[in-house]
Design a protein around this ligand. Structure first.
Ligand code: GDP
Ligand code: MG
Length: 440
């Protein structure tokens, strides 16, 4: 994933203290490759990288001490933005029934998705949908829909395969009105490729039924092809939404990004399996993470949270809130952190951490932790509880006792103050996040 790719570049930059435009360029190359790998359309990638570069070369990244995380953040934000907001709303006609046409190539998942959508409409919105079997060409297509209908106890309208799809649609809508179905889902025929005959038939159905929604069903596994398919269907029919199927497979989902940016049509749902309840609203931010392969970063953060001793964490939180956090607690905290790996790296991965003042001064590495521990151990109980009593003779004594310098003792005391401030801010952030329903 992108996170891995960027790690290498980040390693190189780490020793340098400052990030140059050339470094950003190198990172952008990684972003580009990661997106192409995720099957995002070439032109979309090009435009996207250009946009992200502009932001990255700006102040944000160059000045940051965590350029890698900054870039991931920008890329993630821009990806989410590109894919639009959550769009799982379905039209409601003020003259029922609401008509939804399902279109797409053969095997994309139209019939399955018709069933899933009818199921969702009934379950979540309390609607009474009717399914219409308008694919008269594919052998057993009608039977397939009827089987799904039976399984869902959902009415399926069919006139066999000797009546034209347009006529089937016409009679279906009349029947739906008569029987007060509020939704009609027309399962149309597909071809192996987009062709004129297919499009003409779909146009005829559209002309007659004046559908409220035309959903293109596309197979996410087809990657690049999905974009061309989406483009021609959109040009010919004017789509109102896209359903991306088979995302339960190991596809990276790059098609989602390309389809959205090429057709400007919202992706409304994703298919996550063959079962009738495997249809989910499309969440752009989740898809962005999937495309970036950021799962590993998220896992790392989760691991960190799991590793910190729950009891200790609660106790510390309490202390932070009451501002009674002492150098002894600091020592304790360092011990916890050692179990997880470098503190600064972990903190920098946390969303919002870059906004915390003082964090940038907290460059703690393993060796330094040992030094810090030595210094704190050389303090008296009184000094640890009340660092404000520290004067130069005390500092000299501590320095001598720990084998460090007075400058280091001073630095530690400063860091401790910074950390205390930072923790107050973090605990504030956490309180806020809790109110909003927690970190995602
Ligand atoms: P149609 O030709 O467009 O009507 O496609 P179908 O609905 O017949 O689906 C073709 C195949 O894809 C079937 O085997 C479906 O079970 C399968 N399928 C559809 N949607 C999904 C999905 O979201 N995930 C998985 N794994 N399979 C799906
Ligand atoms: Mg079908």
């Amino acid at each position: 994933g992108l996170a891995d790719r960027l790690q290498n570049t980040i390693q190189k930059i780490r020793g340098k203290g400052k990030v140059t435009e050339a470094d950003v360029k190198e990172m952008m190359r990684e972003v580009r490759l990661a997106l192409l790998e995720a099957d995002v359309n070439f032109k979309v990638v090009k435009d996207f990288v250009k946009k992200v570069s502009e932001r990255a070369v700006g102040q944000e990244v160059l000045k940051s001490l965590t350029p890698g995380q900054q870039i991931i953040k920008i890329v993630n934000e821009e990806l989410t933005e590109l894919m639009g907001g959550e769009q799982s709303k379905i039209a409601v006609s003020n003259r029922p029934p609401t008509v939804i046409m399902m279109v797409g190539l053969q095997g994309a998942g139209k019939t399955t998705t018709s069933g899933k959508l009818a199921n969702l409409l009934r379950k979540k919105y309390n609607k009474q949908p009717m399914l219409v079997a308008a694919d008269i060409y594919r052998p057993a297509a009608i039977k397939q829909l009827e089987t799904l209908g039976k399984q869902l106890s959902m009415p399926v309208f069919s006139l066999g395969d000797q009546v034209s799809p347009v006529e089937i649609a016409r009679q279906a809508i009349a029947k739906a009105k008569e029987e007060h179905h509020d939704y009609v889902l027309i399962d149309t025929a597909g071809r192996l490729h987009v062709d004129e005959t297919l499009m003409n038939e779909l146009k005829d159905i559209k002309e007659l039924t004046k559908p409220d929604e035309i959903f293109l069903v596309v197979d996410a596994m087809t990657g690049q092809d999905a974009v061309n398919v989406a483009q021609s269907f959109n040009e010919q029919l004017g789509l109102t939404g896209v359903v991306l199927t088979k995302l339960d497979g190991d596809t990276r989902g790059g098609a989602a990004l390309s389809i959205r940016s090429v057709t400007q049509t919202p992706i409304k749902f994703i298919g996550m399996g063959e079962k009738m309840d495997a249809l989910e609203p499309f969440h752009p931010e989740r898809m962005a993470s999937r495309i970036l392969g950021m799962g590993d970063v998220l896992t790392l953060i989760e691991k960190a949270q799991a590793n910190i001793d729950e009891e200790k964490a609660k106790e510390l939180e309490q202390k932070m809130r009451t501002a009674s956090f002492t150098l002894d607690d600091f020592l304790d905290q360092l011990g916890q952190v050692r179990k997880l790996g470098p503190l600064d790296e972990l903190l920098k991965m946390m969303p919002g951490a870059n906004k915390i003042k003082g964090l940038n001064n907290l460059q703690i590495d393993e060796k330094q932790i040992a030094h810090v521990e030595a210094i704190i151990r050389s303090m008296t109980k009184q000094e640890k509880l009340h660092p404000e009593i520290m004067n130069s003779s005390r500092k000299r004594r501590i320095a001598a006792g720990s084998g460090r310098t007075v400058a280091e003792v001073n630095r530690l005391l400063k860091q401790f103050e910074d950390m205390k401030k930072m923790m107050k801010q973090m605990s504030g952030m956490q309180q806020k996040a809790k109110k909003k329903g927690g970190f995602k």
